[in-house]
Design a protein around this ligand. Sequence first.
Ligand code: SAH
Length: 510
Amino acid sequence: MDSRSVAPVEKNQEVTVEIFGLSHDGEGVGRAEGFTLFVQGALPGETVRAKVMKVKKQYGYAKLLEIQVPSAERTEAPCPIYKQCGGCQLQHMTYEAQLVHKRQQVVDSLERIGKLQVAGFVTKKDERAGDVVDAAAVDVNVQTESNEQGSGEANVRTENNDYGSGEAGIIVHPTLGMQDPWRYRNKAQVPFGMEEGGLVGGFYAQGSHRIVDMEACLIQHEQNDDVVRQVKEIGRSLGVRAYDETSGSGLLRHVVVKYGFATGEVMVVLVTNGDRIPRVDEWIEGIRAAVPGVQSICQNVNTARTNVIFGGVTRVLWGRDVIHDTIGDVKFAISARSFYQVNPVQTEVLYGKALQYAALSGRETVIDAYCGIGTITLFLAQHAKHVYGVEIVPEAIDDARGNSLLNGITNATFAVGKAEEVIPAWKQQGIAADVVVVDPPRKGCDAVLLDTLLAMRPERIVYVSCNPATLARDLRVLADGGYIVAEVTPVDMFPHTVHVECVALLVRQD
Ligand code: SAH
């Protein structure tokens, strides 16, 4: 039988859809005639009219036409270019609801992918009373309240260190959100193009390669918006031509701005299609005059026909090759190419949670796998006997070593390589960690690394994850290998987007 004939709806048909869920991409998930449809812009609990755009075997996509019954969680997206841009997906949802949704996504992954048991939601009040409240029964206000209490509940459990045999299930805390969830990004990466009026810089219109000019991005620090605007004006006055990806001609591809929230230092990187920048001195003078905090102006050359932003060569046009920022009391040097968390306010919350879960006394040997420029490593080093960091990118390890010197930290050792190769070698050399922190990319930990951890048997494993699905998969392996998944705390690193970050604590069962 032709599967198409099975679908009860067809392309271009207008249907009424009852929305009951939210997809990982932030689309409303609902049903029309019993058929599953994804509707961008619709929220759970809503009834909407939508036009079917695409029908697949099991599900389809529909375009939102009208909201017939709106959700109480709906709010007006404040950004004027919200729909065109696509960089944020959840601005039409209240921030409190976003936090609840992100926690739920973690719970769903743990249960469905990890086949792990999640404990009922315990609020402070109910904990005292010994009651367990089901997550679904907790309203938004309660979650926000516990949010403000921060890590209260986690402290109770961590201090007592009493996770029993883990049978009570994993405690998934409320998402730790931001007090002011706007203007949080410290890095802007803005593509440039040409329109009839001249140079434009902004974003790729959703699903296309057309660059739309942008004056302001509400999740970007104002300073970065300002710098991009100034650089655009200077470029226009100098008659700079933007790169054209179809013909491969033109000079300016991207402007990247980095801002140190704690120091006010600014780095501007001009990504160019070629070595030579005509009138480069005027560029530099213009930027220095317009951007008071600028400490570094760099050029990165990228002549490849690719949508990857950076090319292989970076040179300093003026000033230093790094800017600085601090998280907690650790100072970091950030170069044009090095990875640095984009939300410094929440990074402190995230690392604070990782540190709390690591529960260090100063006597421990710690391994930080996937350590990047050593941010978590140096945070941990202040509270441990010795920390070993491993990372695959050599330049990041150079930065990590530089950052230890910068902070006078002498009890951190760094190695370049794959975590799944270096850590087994360390084990062979007799390095036994009491605590291991992992912070892998989206694809999660390598199976060999998980096996090594199970053989090394650290007392605690702290898993920092940017992908609840691979987190759940890996936690299953560690749980089967004799660890109790005690707690998970989602931390909102990217308000108004669908991204979910979390920290999990595993304790050895013995
Ligand atoms: N902990 C750091 C970086 C986390 S991002 C921070 O918070 O800033 C994940 C890091 O893992 C990246 O720096 C990436 O280069 C690195 N990485 C990816 N695969 C790896 C592997 N197999 N072994 C070691 N590091 C790896």
